[in-house]
Design a protein around this ligand. Structure first.
Ligand code: ZN
Length: 268
């Protein structure tokens, strides 16, 4: 993975053609993109825990008999520790989204590390589990992200398809359509169990999409579960040297670029 990161980072720096970055991500960094076993789809939720919405997701996931990965914000865990405990007690996988929801591109590598370390401490102390996955806010991966992950023993992982459920005009139908556009066996699906960084009530579109998405997963014939059961490499990156926070490796959600995710079958 270390060699892969170095090689593709060089490509990004040499030719930052923004529309190619997603394709590059899936091709060159299948583990970072969350490409796993072709018999499995990983279901992941960001931005919680949130007392207004997370319990409803837990109930629906129970009904569907799914276990998922929750990328928690340390700040939300500190505000709502009992909800974080509930997610862990329900058997879901606990992962790190950061302490505050701020792009790593706007932070120094030292600040990125401090934020991630604080999130790990908070999440581990509250849920009683040691997280191993790290998804930075907005999917913006900088040199500082990778170095923080290395130092904290975390594996960075993004997603292969998303529901764009954070948008004010999203609905369960648009979420299903957006996920479906890029959904392949082996993929990692990104949804949100809180609206704390998005339009008020936006989580309802993701919640409403779970049942129809379950039908799509069944049609694909894939198992649905957390990243820990996804068969994706859980490796912390190896990075050396120093860099500026602006050393962008990826710019994802913040740019609003649609997924370019055509070659997953050949990778799986
Ligand atoms: Zn987020």
């Amino acid at each position: 993975m270390a060699a892969g990161i170095g090689a593709a980072a060089a490509v990004v720096h040499a030719g930052p053609i923004i529309t190619s970055i997603r394709q590059l991500r899936v091709r060159a960094f299948p583990a970072l993109a969350g490409v796993g076993s072709a018999t499995h789809v990983a279901l992941t939720f960001d931005d919680g825990p949130d007392p207004a919405s997370t319990p409803l997701f837990l109930r629906e996931l129970d009904r569907l008999r799914y276990r998922a990965t929750f990328f928690m914000l340390g700040e939300m865990v500190d505000k709502h520790p009992s909800i974080a405990e509930e997610v862990a007690a329900a058997g879901h996988e606990i992962a790190v989204h950061g302490y505050r929801h701020k792009s790593h591109l706007e932070r120094t590598p030292g600040a990125v590390f401090d934020d991630a370390a604080r999130a790990v401490d908070t999440i581990a102390a509250t849920t009683g589990t040691a997280p191993t996955w790290f998804r930075p806010p907005y999917g913006s991966v900088s040199f500082g992200t990778l170095r923080a992950a290395m130092r904290l023993g975390l594996a960075p992982v993004l997603w292969t398809c998303w529901g764009r459920d954070w948008r004010p005009n999203a609905s369960p139908d648009t979420v299903v359509a957006d996920v479906d556009r890029a959904l392949k066996p082996g993929g990692t699906v990104l949804l949100h169990d809180s609206d704390c960084t998005s339009a008020p009530g936006a989580w309802r579109s993701g919640l409403g999409a779970l049942a129809p998405l379950a039908e799509r997963f069944a049609e694909l014939g894939v198992e649905v579960g957390p990243l820990g059961q996804h068969g994706v490499a859980n490796k912390r990156p190896q990075v050396e040297g120093h860099a500026q926070a602006s050393d962008l490796l990826y710019l994802e959600a913040a740019s609003g670029i649609e997924p370019l995710y055509r070659d997953l079958q050949s990778l799986a």
